[in-house]
Design a protein around this ligand. Structure first.
Ligand SMILES: Cc1ncc(COP(=O)(O)O)c(C=O)c1O
Length: 377
């Protein structure tokens, strides 16, 4: 029986060559040749001025929170259907996540629910572009402007996706991207923070260097470095950046391949949706996606755990996520929510994620869809 894994990291271009160059260069301390080249390429690709490579998207979100000056008592609105890192970035500074429901169409924060959650304490909104599909940025930007709120984009899954002609991660005040090995473009573990202002860029350099102004020291602006700001150890290493550079160079090929696979699933599963057995992802016309993830939402008559088990017995790995944050142990302790969170509760019980990675073929997808169809008969 052939095994089809849910996710696989693959070498796509010059990874081995650049790793070798890194080892031979002896320039091991970051920021150096590879991280600078990556940042330059990201800036060009996303049409932005300031990016900072980090050791994870989690770190990028934490830097965004420090730059947003989140403090005790501040409230930050976000979806509950997200990863813990989104909420931790606020809680670590004493802020309170305020969880809002998602909409059924994109599984992103429901823009129509946001205003109900705004109070005098609200400081920012964090949107998550789930599956690399854009949240409703027009409505959300309007709310931010009306209430003078900062906008942070958790674009962990969204490198290479767009809202109209705007790259995701580049629209809000801050954008955080993940280069974890489960993502389209990977440095095994890594991330990136996108900023609009030069001042934020300089401050982000101190924050990621444990709060020291080592950046000024390295650039000859001071003869010793000092503790100048709140910070931690957030910088990407040169070794991970050498892998990342090779992947970033191939981002167009990776996206094209993933979108083809995504389209194969979508076509193949059309019948199941017509029969009312599943709901397929919806692409709003404002969004160009990056083929990050193919998920289905099972009809409530099906037992998801059984389907996962059956697929697994056929050698096919599938999975689910997210477990909602609003009623998780830490969510109840640190956050609050204002509505019933109906869609979040419902979708999180029924969503099923299918394999999608560079080593997958059209044939694999046919096998997966055939199995699914037989289990959902
Ligand atoms: C929405 C979201 N935000 C943040 C993260 C954290 O990313 P990283 O593993 O790069 O820290 C994830 C992880 O998948 C995520 O799904």
């Amino acid at each position: 029986m052939q095994k089809i894994s849910f996710n696989e990291f693959s070498l796509i271009g010059n990874e081995k060559k650049y790793l070798n160059n890194f080892i031979n260069s002896k320039k091991i301390s970051a920021p150096n040749i590879f991280s600078k080249k990556c940042e330059k390429l990201i800036n060009k690709t996303l049409n932005i001025n300031y990016s900072l490579l980090t050791n994870s998207c989690t770190s990028a979100l934490e830097i965004a929170s420090i730059l947003s000056k989140i403090k005790a008592g501040d409230e930050v609105i976000m979806p509950s259907f997200t990863f813990s890192s989104t909420a931790n970035s606020i809680v670590l500074l004493g802020g309170k996540p305020v969880f809002v429901d998602i909409n059924e169409t994109t599984l992103n924060i429901d823009a129509n629910e946001i205003e109900k959650a705004i109070t005098r304490k609200t400081k920012a909104i964090i949107v998550v572009h789930y599956a690399g599909i854009a949240a409703d940025m027009h409505k959300i930007l309007k709310i931010c402007k009306k209430y003078k709120l900062l906008l942070i984009e958790d674009a962990a899954q969204a490198y290479g996706s767009f809202y109209r002609d705007l790259p995701l991660g580049s629209i809000g005040d801050y954008g955080a991207i993940s280069f974890h090995h489960t993502k389209n473009i990977s440095s095994i573990e890594g991330g990136c923070l996108i900023m609009k202002k030069k001042n934020d860029f300089i401050l982000s350099q101190y924050i990621c260097d444990k709060g020291n102004n080592r950046y000024d020291f390295v650039n000859g602006k001071t003869n010793k470095y000092n503790w100048v700001n709140l910070g931690s150890s957030y910088r990407a290493s040169e070794v991970s950046s050498s892998i990342l550079l090779a992947q970033l160079e191939k981002h167009k090929n990776i996206k094209k391949n993933r979108i083809n696979l995504w389209d194969n699933y979508h076509e193949n599963l059309n019948d199941l949706e017509k029969l009312g057995k599943i709901q397929r992802p919806t692409l709003p016309d404002y969004c160009q996606h990056n083929g990050h993830m193919y998920y289905i939402v099972l009809d409530k008559i099906f037992d998801r755990a059984r389907i996962i088990k059956k697929l697994s017995r056929s050698g096919i790995e599938s999975t689910f996520h997210y477990i909602p944050l609003h009623n998780s142990p830490a969510g109840l302790k640190y956050g609050k929510f204002v509505s019933e969170m109906k869609v979040t509760n419902n979708v999180s019980k029924r969503i099923l994620r299918l394999p999608l990675h560079n080593n997958l073929s059209k044939k694999h997808i046919e096998i997966i869809c055939e199995k699914l169809k037989s289990y959902l008969k």
